[in-house]
Design a protein around this ligand. Structure first.
Ligand SMILES: NC(=O)c1ccc[n+]([C@@H]2O[C@H](COP(=O)([O-])OP(=O)(O)OC[C@H]3O[C@@H](n4cnc5c(N)ncnc54)[C@H](OP(=O)(O)O)[C@@H]3O)[C@@H](O)[C@H]2O)c1
Length: 258
């Protein structure tokens, strides 16, 4: 990645608070791109936290802007992409990382509301983001998009069916978009993190005992760090991955190796 590249990090990191600000995948990715010399747009629903991240990225010497958007809204994602192009002229890479953990529960306890609360962001949000990113990148005849899946994007988990279903969809959409983008030289891949030390993991596990139990199921014996996921994202976005498309790269400490 060179200093001339423009990276739009959609749905990056939000809610920066003393306890969770350093643990988030989007924020870690934004910082990794900034250190790599990229010009950045970060986006999310919360303006105060987004502006704080914008300032942090500028403090690292990056040209950075926050644009508020909810990925469930077609008009807001369109505006986000158009404003990014208006500001920087092009989009070389985009990362679609917004996502709620969803409500844990058995299939028999699911509802229209619990389905929508997860699928509207994880699936519709990725689809809308891809729609507008591909519109720009296919016209440019270049670009790289990285979606964020999960180990749950290719395995089942009792009590997490809705989240699991949404991440399986992300992987299918990623491969389909890759086939569509390839004729224009646009690459689309996904990173599938295993349990990673963020606020989402804390909410998902509910207490330190559950979190430790989950960590013990990881062959490398611990949960991942957001920066370890970020490094894989930056690789896939970069020219170093120029022959990689339609792939799901696991960053999971070996959790899905067995
Ligand atoms: N942490 C893990 O163990 C893990 C494992 C596998 C995959 N992942 C995936 O990694 C990605 C990042 O998660 P994370 O761990 O970094 O959690 P996180 O810190 O909670 O980040 C998720 C971000 O998505 C934003 N978001 C949610 N709905 C949105 C919407 N409709 N529009 C725009 N932004 C929205 C949230 O903002 P608000 O504050 O506005 O809700 C939040 O900033 C997610 O796709 C997640 O599924 C995480």
């Amino acid at each position: 990645m060179t200093a001339r590249n423009t990276v739009a990090l959609f749905d990056a990191p939000m809610k920066i608070s003393p306890t969770i600000s350093c643990g988030r995948i989007g924020r870690a990715t934004a910082i990794a791109f900034a250190k790599d010399g990229a010009r950045l747009v970060v986006s999310g629903r919360r303006e105060t936290e987004g502006k704080a991240l914008e300032a942090e990225l500028r403090g690292l010497g990056a040209e950075a802007a926050f644009i508020q958007a909810d990925v469930r809204r077609d008009d807001e994602v369109r505006e986000l992409v158009d404003q990014t192009v208006g500001r920087f002229g092009r989009i070389d890479a985009a990362v679609n990382s917004a996502g709620p953990a969803g409500q844990r529960g058995l299939v028999v306890d699911q509802s229209v509301e619990s389905y929508a609360a997860t699928f509207d962001t994880n699936v519709l949000g990725v689809l809308l983001s891809l729609k507008h990113e591909l519109r720009v990148m296919t016209a440019q005849k270049s670009g790289s998009i990285v979606n964020i899946s999960s180990t749950y994007g290719h395995e089942g988990a009792a009590g997490a069916s809705v989240y699991v279903g949404s991440k399986h969809a992300v992987e299918g959409i990623t491969k389909s978009a890759a086939l569509e983008g390839a004729v224009s030289g646009v690459r689309v891949n996904a990173v599938a993190p295993g349990p990673t030390d963020t606020g989402m993991l804390d909410r998902f596990t509910g207490n330190p005992q559950n979190k430790a139990a989950l960590a013990s199921t990881v062959p490398l014996g611990r949960v991942g760090k957001p920066d370890e996921v970020a490094q894989a994202i930056v690789f896939l976005a970069s020219a170093s991955a120029s022959f990689v498309t339609g792939q799901v790269v696991s960053v999971d400490g070996g959790k899905t190796a067995g």
